[in-house]
Structures are given as structure tokens and as C-alpha cells.
Design a protein around this ligand. Structure first.
Ligand SMILES: Cc1ncc(COP(=O)(O)O)c(C=O)c1O
Length: 407
């Protein structure tokens, strides 16, 4: 039976769930179709690539409760950015003793709330945050975030967070002086990071910091490799196994052995999601074809905007029911709002005779989509349906088909 759950305050999605392999009657578009078997497959792949590394899913990427419960059942750990995400884990009954609260700057009340709930591992990248942790999470373990290169990342994060590596030993000494445990180092090489050497180079920087810390009598026990593991949006990307090899090379540069953690977000959920949308209009303007969908950047495909359309949801037409021409033409694909920034691609190749009422599928839409969605201009949030495909999932390195059918 398909059912629509009541909207929750902390998770503004319309939830539609179905038992594994049962047919799901589709809701109105736009909606995200999530295949939980793919989430499991991706978890297994990253575990194999990073043996011995504790995997902490970055909840921010897609906080859907079914993703949380599937990962929790697989023994995956979690990384949170907020106490709302902590509450989500508590609601799901997920074990969170080793939870990482990796947002480097947190409101004092949120630190206190998380500490009272049992969270013990907090990130920091500045003296002010260490002061707050000492006051609101006394005795906690601190994981110091280092600024590293984000070159080669499609969605870079550098700039906002990360201490200068030269300042980290002093921060660790400060943490120790306030009764905290300087437990480890962390970094983020940027999301959708295409060059595995960034992990190796970041570990070399960690090794330098560890040597400086030894000089002031401090040893860490953990390096958190952050997120960034890429997925094949519009072409193949380096396999996660290659990142595993780069990490192994980087680990060899460390002055002593430590444990490792990783915080994948996109890698675990992007390929699990297909955004199903409808064409609501088509126009030719200034010599260009425009296809208007019922979802755009503001409805959840925000990363297209964030990356100046550098992140391209994979598109290829198939002509269902023999109704559509196989000929592809370039079109701008935009959303339903009045804002031109709603446009997600300016040069997508799509079937030339698409028209209002047709349904289109955008692949690899399971990460940073529904989590970003707004009701800007009054358009509803995308619904979410979850399923477990019985058929084997396609290779992670084949591009996704944009299946198109006439209404
Ligand atoms: C602290 C932290 N960890 C992990 C992630 C997940 O990164 P990704 O989705 O690129 O794996 C993010 C993403 O912003 C982050 O800020």
C-alpha cells in the first residue's frame, strides 16, 4: 500500500513509501524516486575502497528517514551539521555514540543540546569555537578542521572553513588547556572532487601538523577524510577505489598510525535518486529553445545554480511508446518560477518534439536536491517515493537515460 505521510516540521517533504518491490503508484510530479538498494550498493563500495575506515553518512546531503534507517541498519555511522539532524537520528533510533558533529561553527545552545544528548565528537577550526565547546560540552573531543586545496572539485567548499595548518598546533594546545581532548584532524577536499591526489596531499598536510603537535606533546588518534567522493553526472569519474589508493599513499606519509573516518554524502545517495518532472511549457526565444519543467533550481536542483550550471544532471532521451523523435536538439531547461536563475541547463540535448505534459527523468538527483528545495513562488516541494529495485542496478559509471514519454 502506498501512503502519504503527514508533513513533519523538521523535514518538509511529502513522504510516500512502499514495501520493497511492491508497485508504487506515482504521485504528481515533481517527485524524487529513491532506490534504497543503490544506497546499500554505494555504502558497500566505499567500505571496500576505504577498508578499516569508519563511514559516517553526511546527513545534510539527503535526510530522508528511509535513507537514515537503511544506513543505520547497515551499521553506518553519521555526521551532522545541526541539532535538527541529530533529532532525526534519534527519531530513527540510529546508534550515535560515534556521531561526528562536523559543522565547525555551531550555536552555543546547539553545542549544549548535542552534548546533553550524548554527542562527544565536535569539529572546530578557531579559538572561539574551542571556547564555546569548553563551556557547553566540557570534556568533549575536538576534531580540528584544516584548510586544504579544493582544486578539482565541482562544488568547492574552501574559504568558509578550515584553520591554516600552521595555526592548528596552537588550537590543539588551547583545547587541551581547557580540558578538551584534541582527538583528531579533518578536512574537506570539496564536493564532487574529481582528483584523488587531493586526499593524498591533504594527508601530507595532516602529517606535517601531526609532527608539529608531537613537538608540543600532543598525539591525535583520528583523521577524518571528510566528504567529496564523486559520482558520474555527465561522464565517468574516478572510481572510489582510486581514492582509497590515494588515501593509502597519504597515510604512509603520517608520522604514526591513526584511525580513519570518512563523511560521504553525495557518493551514497546521488545515484539512488531520479527526479521525475513534467514539461509545463516550451518556447523559442532569441533563437533558443526553452523547455520549462515543474522543477528547477529553487525546487531542489540548486546545485546547478550553485555551480553556474557546472553540475549537469545527466540527460539522454529515449523515445518511449515510439512517440518521440530520436533527434536531439539543444535546449535551455528551466524551472517553473519567474526567476531566470531557476534555469538548470542552458544547452541540454533533448528530444526535439518534447511538449507540454511530457514526463522527463533527471538522473543522479538523490543528493543535495530535496534537502535544498524551497517553495519559492508558491510551488510545492517535490514528493519522495522510496523503493528497492529487484533488478540489478546499472553500473555506477554508465550515464543515466533521460526517459521521456508523451502524456
Ligand atoms: C563537514 C562535511 N562533511 C561531509 C560533507 C559531505 O560531502 P560530500 O557530499 O561531497 O561527500 C560535507 C558537505 O558539505 C560537509 O560539509
Amino acid at each position: 500500500m502506498t501512503h502519504i505521510a503527514r508533513q513533519r516540521d523538521d523535514l518538509p517533504l511529502r513522504l510516500i513509501t512502499a514495501p520493497a518491490s511492491a508497485p508504487v503508484s506515482a504521485p504528481a510530479t515533481p517527485y524524487l524516486d529513491l532506490d534504497l538498494a543503490v544506497v546499500r550498493r554505494q555504502l558497500a563500495a566505499i567500505r571496500a575502497a576505504l577498508p578499516g575506515t569508519s563511514i559516517h553518512y553526511a546527513v545534510k546531503c539527503n535526510p530522508h528517514p528511509r535513507i537514515i534507517s537503511v544506513l543505520a541498519a547497515e551499521g553506518c555511522n553519521f555526521e551532522i551539521a545541526s541539532i535538527a539532524e541529530l533529532d532525526l537520528l534519534l527519531d530513527a533510533g540510529a546508534a550515535y555514540g560515534s556521531l561526528l558533529y562536523s559543522n565547525p561553527v555551531k550555536a552555543p545552545a546547539h553545542i549544549g543540546y548535542a552534548h546533553a544528548k550524548g554527542v562527544r565528537f565536535f569539529a572546530a577550526d578557531c579559538a572561539d569555537e574551542i571556547d564555546k565547546l569548553a563551556r557547553h560540552a566540557p570534556g568533549c573531543s575536538v576534531i580540528l578542521r584544516i584548510d586544504v586545496s579544493n582544486v578539482g572539485s565541482v562544488v568547492p567548499l574552501a574559504g568558509k572553513f578550515g584553520a591554516d595548518p600552521a595555526d592548528v598546533p596552537a588550537l590543539a594546545v588551547l583545547a587541551r588547556s581547557k580540558g578538551l581532548t584534541p582527538k583528531g584532524l579533518t578536512f574537506h577536499v570539496g564536493s564532487q572532487a574529481l582528483d584523488p591526489r587531493q586526499w593524498r596531499d591533504a594527508l601530507v598536510v595532516c602529517g606535517q601538523v601531526m609532527r608539529q603537535m608531537l613537538a608540543v606533546g600532543l598525539r591525535i588518534s583520528l583523521i577524518d577524510l571528510g566528504g567529496g567522493y564523486p559520482v558520474p553526472y555527465d561522464g565517468p569519474v574516478v572510481p572510489v577505489a582510486a581514492i582509497g589508493l590515494a588515501v593509502r599513499d597519504g597515510a604512509a606519509e603520517l608520522p604514526y598510525e591513526v584511525e580513519f573516518a570518512a563523511e560521504p554524502g553525495r557518493y551514497l545517495t546521488a545515484e539512488a535518486g531520479t527526479m521525475v518532472a513534467s514539461v509545463i511549457g516550451r518556447a523559442s526565444r532569441r533563437g533558443e529553445d526553452w523547455l520549462h519543467l515543474d522543477i528547477g533550481a529553487f525546487g531542489g536542483l540548486m546545485e546547478a545554480l550553485e555551480t553556474r550550471r557546472g553540475l549537469r544532471y545527466p540527460i539522454r532521451c529515449t523515445h518511449a511508446h515510439g512517440a518521440l523523435s530520436p533527434r536531439l536538439v539543444p535546449m535551455a531547461i528551466t524551472g517553473p518560477t519567474c526567476d531566470s536563475e531557476d534555469t538548470i541547463l542552458t544547452d541540454a540535448l533533448v528530444c526535439r518534439d518534447l511538449r507540454t505534459g511530457d514526463v522527463v527523468h533527471l538522473g543522479l538527483a538523490g543528493a543535495y536536491t530535496t534537502a535544498y528545495a524551497s517553495t519559492f513562488n508558491g510551488f510545492p516541494l517535490p514528493a519522495v517515493i522510496t523503493r528497492e529495485h529487484v533488478a540489478p542496478s546499472p553500473s555506477p559509471h554508465t550515464s543515466y537515460d533521460l526517459a521521456v514519454s508523451h502524456a
